[in-house]
Design a protein around this ligand. Sequence first.
Ligand code: IMP
Length: 180
Amino acid sequence: MKKEINIHDKIFSIYIPESEIQIRVAAIAAEMNVKYKGQTPLIISVLNGSFMFTSDLMKLLDFQCELSFIRVSSYQGVESTGKLKQLIGLSEDPKGRHVILVEDIVDTGHTISALVEQISATNPESLSVCSLLVKPDRHEKEVNITFSGFVIPDRFVVGYGLDLDGLGRNLPHIYQLKNN
Ligand code: IMP
């Protein structure tokens, strides 16, 4: 495992190794396996950042489930623009379904609250938010997160699906920006 990496001239140091991520993913899956037993929820994965998390999580679910993707974008570099662009819309109708919205990270909370509002308007049977990472110090919106992996301080992170301007998503570990 590399202790430090370089992306776009920025230095990142190891923060959450793959083994720790997998322990939390398994714990979240175990919680879901209790909550959704006998049901067939619709998992909505928020692209691009949550592709790896969604994949690892789904392999550990022992109930039937469907998968749909939504793609939004608000970040440029290491700063949130606060404006949400919907790049790919939903292909399944959440109406009457148990929906699990899967995010990589909740930062200001703008993305997740806009998505919660959009999906709630379609009248799902239930709606839960699952986020691998949560940065409470940055929240500008109140967000109700049912399943979370790690609560982290205000640090920019990459790896395990998360990027800095498109790079770093393939890293199996999570790294944090140095001297932030
Ligand atoms: P929010 O709308 O500010 O909560 O931002 C959510 C989105 O911004 C996430 O889905 C990520 O794609 C991106 N983001 C927020 N913080 C980070 C970070 O530390 N590293 C990489 N992407 C981030």
